[in-house]
Design a protein around this ligand. Structure first.
Ligand SMILES: *Cc1c(COP(=O)(O)O)cnc(C)c1O
Length: 397
């Protein structure tokens, strides 16, 4: 997954363009910037590569989710259906708007279980957020149909799935709005950064204004611009955008290397009869940033993950007891540990979290191991790693 493994001359060159003029901000200062508009350029690249009409860069993936939700009018008291397996960021992003995250089960795609989404819909539901975990994806056609039928907004948290596709469409471009993260460990990085993509012009204009204090960005006198509605500052800087501009040109190269390394390891693990793989919906192609597989039961999965770690095979995640990606260890959220008061509406809307059990999610996450695919491995290292993994797994079962 990590674009940070490839940082070199093209990134430095882009950053130097910005350093030479000293215009570190994405808006204004037209005369001083030597014609460099890195954020604008990166937005254009994103539109071309992911085939969407609009892209709005922001300061992080978390910000992208909040901005996307706000742009579609999701706010106080609205329920957002999302999966138990995610990154805590997607939960936080919903909370920030005073909306209520409604966690539902996942399935063997490691994404939303459509049946559980249907069961969770109430008259307060405003949006469904599918989180495309570990480079894969949910059942997009099914989820899309559910949202159309129930008049819900479909948001894609595609922060971990940059470059993956479903029926030839880029993940992120399938829902009403899609979100990317360019933090330091994502497929491509800006250092910190994120993007909202959409084909809906109104949502785009909302995202553009909302992420910059409500500025309407009309004319070229920032101080004289109007503010049609409340906004905040989720801007990306020119320096960050410059890094991203270099990185996005490497995306095909990054996906190719990941695919090559992933395939070697997958083929080796396929020979272990106890292993099954994360399901990719028909018509989907993951971005190969992780290889995700299942063992027969939670005991063997925990045992294998410990053995891999002990033998120096790093980057293999068993999420059942993970603090950041699975709700089991989110006591701070279940107990409303917040620096400031949380609204009564959200508190009562989230009460279910303390007692609700998620047997299906436990079944999949308990048995899953997701191994990070690195770009820097040599062919020899991947082959060695694959056979070592097989050996360790076999002897742990
Ligand atoms: C990384 C990530 C985010 C948040 O992105 P940041 O840029 O780190 O704020 C959100 N959702 C998922 C699934 C992620 O992996």
């Amino acid at each position: 997954m990590p674009g940070f493994e490839l940082f070199g001359d093209i990134e430095r060159e882009q950053v130097n363009d910005v350093l030479e003029s000293g215009v570190l901000m994405r808006y204004g200062f037209d005369g001083m910037r030597n014609g460099h508009w890195k954020a604008k350029e990166l937005e254009n690249e994103i539109q071309n590569i992911f085939q969407v009409n609009h892209a709005q860069l922001v300061s992080s993936g978390t910000a992208a989710i909040s901005v996307a939700l706000a742009s579609a009018g999701v706010g106080a008291g609205d329920e957002v259906i999302m999966p138990t397996f995610t990154f805590v960021a997607s939960f936080e992003a919903v909370m920030m708007l005073g909306a209520i995250p409604v966690l539902v089960e996942i399935d063997d795609t490691l994404a939303l279980n459509p049946e559980s989404v249907l069961q969770a819909i109430t008259d307060k539901t405003k949006a469904v957020m599918v989180v495309q975990m570990c480079g894969g994806m949910g059942e997009m056609d099914v989820l899309k149909d559910i949202c159309i039928e129930h008049n819900l907004i479909l948001i894609e948290d595609a922060c971990q799935a940059i470059g993956a596709t479903y029926k030839n469409s880029a993940l992120g471009s399938i829902g009403d709005l899609g979100c990317f993260s360019f933090d330091f460990v994502k497929t491509i990085t800006c250092g910190e950064g994120g993007a909202v993509i959409t084909n809906n012009k109104d949502y785009y204009l909302h995202a553009d204004h909302y992420s910059d204090h409500g500025h309407d960005h009309i004319g070229n006198d920032r101080g004289a611009e109007c503010h049609p509605f409340l906004g905040y500052n989720f801007r990306i800087s020119e320096l960050h955008a410059a890094v991203g501009l270099a990185q996005i040109k490497r995306l095909p190269e990054i996906i190719n290397i990941q695919k090559k390394n992933y395939t070697v390891i997958r083929e080796a693990l396929s020979k272990v009869p106890e292993i099954t793989f994360r399901r990719t919906p028909e018509g989907g192609e993951e971005n190969y940033s992780f290889l995700s597989f299942f063992l027969p039961d939670i005991e063997s999965s925990l045992k294998v993950s410990q053995a891999l770690k002990a033998c120096g095979i790093d980057g293999c995640f068993q999420y059942y007891n993970n603090n950041w990606h699975y709700l089991r260890n989110w006591d701070h959220l279940k107990d409303f540990k917040s620096l400031y008061p949380i609204s009564k509406e959200v508190k009562s809307g989230l009460k279910y979290l303390k007692s609700k059990s998620y047997p299906k999610s436990d079944y999949y996450i308990g048995r899953n191991i997701s191994c990070l695919i690195k770009l820097s491995w040599t062919e020899e290292e991947v082959i060695k790693r694959a056979s070592k993994m097989v050996e360790i797994i076999k002897s742990s079962l």
